[in-house]
Design a protein around this ligand. Structure first.
Ligand SMILES: C[S@@+](CC[C@H](N)C(=O)[O-])C[C@H]1O[C@@H](n2cnc3c(N)ncnc32)[C@H](O)[C@@H]1O
Length: 266
């Protein structure tokens, strides 16, 4: 069977990695942390630059950690982030085809990955296969349709519509958070705890960081290039970028990002 393919919407531009590097196990994997044990063998699928992987590695130390991503560039970044740690294996591979024997890991984790893959149920089946039967598969994905913000800046509504259109054209599902439970059930998990949590950006520093990184992503990253290729004009991208900067400059600017989470027993 050929591996299902999706195009990764964000690419690996510096403005994208700037967003990912803020993430930690504490701010992005809180639902999992209390279940981790020293010595657990952990696989982080779609590890990106590895800042969450680092915190997970601390929690399972001295357990061995495997950082996996389909992008060579992401794995190169993860190697830099995790350079000081000994017991990390690095693998470039596709989540749909994990080249590990059954039950290799105690914990299999994926953060903001299933929304980008062509077959999330198939990827969840693979994650289940490589996880020990009494281990944990832990997945968290945002849900773009549930992003909520203030003030009501029309350009942000347009940005959301553009993002959803491009992500779907690339073979992904941007409103993934609400679907994780259903995907896990379809993948055959027997015991699934589904929760949600949020990130909230509502002070001057957080707004400046988030607003400017999305302005840069619209102007400079693969997302902007895909929008141009899809018929969006450069002027329109500039308009959306200006919308994010206007939101960042608003003293009452507030943004909440909802994530679905599942903690599943294979
Ligand atoms: C949104 S980033 C998340 C990175 C990291 N987990 C984090 O939250 O900081 C998604 C990552 O998944 C990777 N990815 C996308 N499709 C993949 C696939 N089919 N298999 C493995 N990794 C994939 C991308 O290269 C990217 O590094």
């Amino acid at each position: 069977m050929p591996t299902p393919r999706a195009v990764y919407t964000h690419g690996q531009h510096e403005s994208v990695l700037r967003a990912y590097r803020w993430r930690t196990a504490a701010n992005s994997a809180g639902y999992l942390l209390s279940h981790l044990r020293a010595g657990d063998r952990l696989l982080d699928v779609g590890c990106g630059p590895g800042t969450i992987t680092a915190g997970l590695a601390d929690a399972v130390a001295p357990g061995p950690v495997t950082a996996l991503d389909s992008s060579d560039e992401a794995i190169a970044q993860a190697r830099l982030t995790l350079a000081a740690r000994g017991d990390i294996a690095y693998v470039v591979a596709d989540a749909h085809r994990l080249d590990f024997p059954d039950a290799t890991f105690d914990v299999v984790h994926a953060h903001q990955v299933l929304q980008h893959v062509a077959d999330p149920v198939g990827a969840l089946r693979e994650m289940r296969r490589v996880c020990r039967p009494d281990g944990y598969v832990a997945v968290r994905d945002s849900d773009y349709a549930a992003f909520t913000w203030y003030p009501e800046i029309p350009e942000l509504t347009d940005w959301l519509g553009l993002y959803q259109r491009l992500a779907r054209a690339n073979g992904g599902e941007p409103d993934a958070g609400r679907r994780l439970l259903s995907w896990a059930r379809a993948a055959g998990y027997r015991d699934v705890t589904a929760t949600s949590s949020t990130w909230c950006f509502a002070n001057e520093a957080d707004r400046a960081w988030w607003g400017s990184l999305w302005a840069d992503r619209l102007r400079l990253s693969a997302f902007g290039e895909q929008a141009l290729a899809g018929g969006v004009s450069r002027a329109d991208l500039e308009r959306l970028a200006a919308g994010w900067l206007a939101w960042a400059a608003a003293p009452d600017g507030w943004l909440s990002i909802l994530h679905g989470e599942i903690l599943a027993r294979p």
